[in-house]
Ligand binder design. Sequence first.
Ligand code: ADP
Length: 709
Amino acid sequence: MTDEVVVLEPVSDLYLKTEKLLFFRLAFAAVGMFLSIGIGLYTRTDFDYQPVLILIISVLAYAGLALLALKVRLLSTDQQLAILNAVLIGSDVLALTGLVHFTRGVESDLYVLYLLPILLSSYTFGREGITRTALFVSLSYVGILLAENASLLPYLVDPDKTTGLAGAYSQQLWRRILGRSALLVSVAFIWGRFCEYMSGLAEQGANRLREQLKANEQLVNEVKGQAARELLINSINSALRSTLDLNQIFETAVDELGRALQASSCAIVCHSSYPDEPPVVCESISSALKTDNGDSHGIFNSVVCAFVLENKSTYERDPVNNNLIKVFVFRNPAKHETFKPIKEEVERLNFSSLVIQPMMYADESKGVLLIGERDNKRQWVASELDLIKSVAGQVVVAIEHAELVDQLSRKNKDLLHKNLNLDAKNSELRTVQSQLIHQEKMASLGRLVAGIAHELNNPINFVHGNLPYLREYFEDLKKIIGAGDKIQSDQKGEFDGLKKSLKYDFLVTDLDNILADLNEGADRIRQIIRNLRSFSRLDEAELKEASIQEGIESTLKILSEFYGRDKIPVETDFANIPPVLCYPGQLNQVWMNLLSNAAQAMGSVAEPKVTIRTEVDHDNVVTSISDNGSGIKPEVQSKIFEPFFTTKPVGQGTGLGLSICHSIIERHGGQIFCESSPGQGTTFRVEIPIYARPSDLVRTVQDSAYDPD
Ligand code: ADP
């Protein structure tokens, strides 16, 4: 089953009136019908009721037919309805004329019913309808009366025959005709006046209502405009709050303002941050113009924008209120004096009006707000100009904000940069300072070591040099005493007694041992002195070729408190590597620091062991020093080469050893890497180029450092 929707056509006011009048006719005719039947049946003498009944039925018939035509919408237009009403009123008048005729004619009082069509016509046709109906009614009435009394007409027009009964009757008839016509016409006139007065009143009321409506409409429009303006200002405000990006703010402002004003084009023109560059333009054009242009490019070109921006005459202050900036509205700008210098450009814009709103902050120009209109009929009303002014004010504040924030952030960046520089300089200073301290320490230590070695060298040379003579002299003495043994004399007993008491045999054996010990001791002292000299390398402060292996070995000897027999075993795997161009003293500092760290890391290990391996990899000598000590935690591995980073207790570590190693190796054009597993051990891998470029090694030995711990 489908639902049928019946759509009723709207009906006009005239339709409703016609319908009402038809119902009235039907009701009136129905009542008339019953009355005439009643009167006809009971009083018989008054009038012939049959023709009256026929008349009334005919009224019922045409009214019914008309109503049917109305209901089926056979007649629906106002013109058709007007014709219908005219026909109906005409028929009414004729029907009433018939009624008057059949109810005693001139004697009938039913002529008063003529007022009905007059009143009905006023309802549909107004005063004009009343006049015409009254005329038609009078003509019909006079016509019927004249027709009824045709035999008396000669008496009416012949003044000599106005005597006698016929004359008297004709005079009475004449008076009746005149009197009744006058009555009908005057009633029609009064009714017409009354209707006119009433319709005048109604018209006045309607006019007042119309004016009121117009005022209300204007008010609503104003409120709507105000709301739209507030919406626009709000959206610009929120754009302003949500972003400091000027482009975005400009875009929002021109889009919203262009939409609110329905203008052909709306643009913001600002000075560029760079002096030689054209002005910054942000423009929004109406959709109609977009379609015309075929694209959405702007209309205001750079020449016009630059001119408007630089033309100081558009920055006048409003003479009425000095605080407000004047809005300039140029009608037909192409012909205006102001734009004479760029006449052709402005003509090309094809604007019928151009609004220029300067954007000033204090006395500084921040730009211009331009609104171009191509519609000739466009009138700029005060509320629109107010809106343009408020938007310009908002945009100026936004520009000022953005500029301030930009300045602040630039200053902030500057400060941050300076701060960073200061931090870097500070840490550089601290590093340099600590390196200087260590250089000084190292230099002192080097001088001390070199001094001791030097001071010991001479005496030990005496000792070592004289020891062979001592042995020789001792051998000679032994020979002499041996020769004494062979001599036979009286004092031989005394000689033997002395030998015995002095335990000669023991002395000889012990002296042999002492001489051997002295020899060994002197050798060892000489070896130590050699090691000390080799370690300090003060005599080798220049760049020279040296053996890495020798450097490591001499360092191990210096660290004999950790490494050696009954101490930490050292497993070495030295490859046959060529001498390296280096500062030997500085490289020794590296081995010293790495080996002392390794020894300290293995302090609590049951079976400590250090492995030293050298090899040649491409053009580098690679030295690996591995220990099986405590290892380094992953989270600190990246920090161990930083100056002052230490995990050792205060007094034991300075945190400079590895940073110094790093800088020495870097100075040699090499690299140092660390691999470590906590609890398993650490390997330091040092790569040094065999053929270092001299420029890599320009620093003197004075830069070297030594980690004393
Ligand atoms: P310091 O020895 O004065 O602490 P370093 O710069 O020589 O300074 O070493 C920094 C840190 O690196 C040490 O505190 C230690 O934690 C770690 N470290 C260096 N070498 C080793 C190693 N062989 N085993 C374990 N940790 C080490």
